[in-house]
Design a protein around this ligand. Structure first.
Ligand SMILES: C[S@@+](CC[C@H](N)C(=O)[O-])C[C@H]1O[C@@H](n2cnc3c(N)ncnc32)[C@H](O)[C@@H]1O
Length: 308
């Protein structure tokens, strides 16, 4: 387990941004290697933390890393969209602060055998939750050409999606990551490849998002999380790509908005009241130093909101 190395991004900004009570109750919706949670527990006197992760390996590592805070930490294995269940199972009615650091952790990407990486050969897998029975193998070998085109185009923002999907379908069954890389390279004309970027990067991101239902869970989870915040409690979310950031931004904007009646209505009939106040009008970005030290930080964006 000692090789589970993940450098937390925007660590101070996220934890400082959500601590509202040094004896409060907090939730880390994406516990990972527990970098953010450890700092939160160190900074708070007697605060409790509920840590959620769908990856059993991450939970095991986090449990060991947080063992010195015994009695202050509860763990939940599952999707963060089950935050309400995780809270009630642990007798928690409301949180003082909630944080999420979305996406994959470095160990998930770096552990070749988990099949996330286009740099190492491994069976097609990409499951964050290793107890799930749906993997990249199912997406690549069982989805129709049209479905693959949609996923690679939408989640990977890959302009060669249609051709990549066509080549995948023609070359099935595809069993390993490097077989998939070769198919993608054959589909994307060498002259059209982005400078500096790996030709498989966007397709691998797209398949990973599909396997783990990454975008599906976000809006639902944020709604539930905000409803579980105490008044004055804070939620902070870090994203790593534009699709995720857009979802967080839109979810925050919807919850920060009051009446949604058409402007032509003389009086409000919807009765909708704002639930949150957005603290970060513009997302917080890592500084140059952090990006030099940790290149994963480059695309990170942090948004924070406060429950009214
Ligand atoms: C970027 S890492 C978090 C790293 C952590 N903040 C740290 O400082 O070590 C993201 C973690 O969230 C988990 N994760 C991603 N999506 C999830 C979801 N929908 N439900 C539960 N866990 C999720 C992943 O398994 C991964 O361990």
């Amino acid at each position: 387990m000692s090789e589970f190395n993940h450098v937390s991004v925007l660590k101070e900004e996220l934890t400082d941004g959500i601590i509202t009570d040094k004896n409060g109750i907090y939730c880390d919706m994406t516990l990972g290697g527990a970098g953010h949670s450890k700092r939160l527990l160190e900074l708070t006197d007697n605060a409790l933390l509920l840590g959620i992760d769908r990856d059993p390996v991450a939970l095991e590592v986090a449990e060991a890393r947080l063992s010195c805070f015994s009695g202050r930490v509860k763990l939940y294995h599952g999707n963060f969209s089950e935050i309400d269940i995780a809270a009630s199972e642990n007798g928690i009615e409301a949180f003082d602060g909630i944080m999420a650091d979305l996406g994959v952790s470095s160990p998930q990407l770096d552990d070749a055998k988990r099949g996330f990486s286009y740099m190492h050969d491994a069976p097609l897998d990409m499951r964050m939750d290793t107890t799930s029975n749906f993997s990249a193998y199912n997406v690549v070998n069982e989805y129709s050409e049209a479905e693959l085109t949609r996923i690679i185009g939408t989640y990977g923002e890959e302009r060669w999606a249609k051709r990549i999907a066509e080549f995948i379908v023609k070359n099935r069954p595809v069993k390993t990551t490097l077989e998939l890389v070769e198919i993608i390279k054959a589909a994307v004309p060498a002259g059209a490849r982005e400078k500096g970027g790996h030709p498989a990067k966007r397709t691998f991101q797209a398949i990973r998002i599909e396997v783990n239902g990454e975008l599906d869970a976000v809006s639902e989870a944020l709604g539930k999380a905000v409803s579980l915040l105490k008044s004055g409690g804070r939620i902070g979310v870090i994203t790593f790509h534009s699709l995720e950031d857009r979802l967080v931004k839109q979810a925050f904007q919807t919850m920060a908005k009051g009446c949604t009646c058409p402007p032509s209505f003389p009086v409000c009939v919807c009765g909708k009241k704002p639930e949150i106040k957005i603290i970060t009008r513009k997302p917080v970005l890592p500084g140059d130093k952090e990006i030099i030290e940790n290149k994963r930080a480059k695309s990170a964006k942090l948004r924070i909101a406060e429950k009214l």
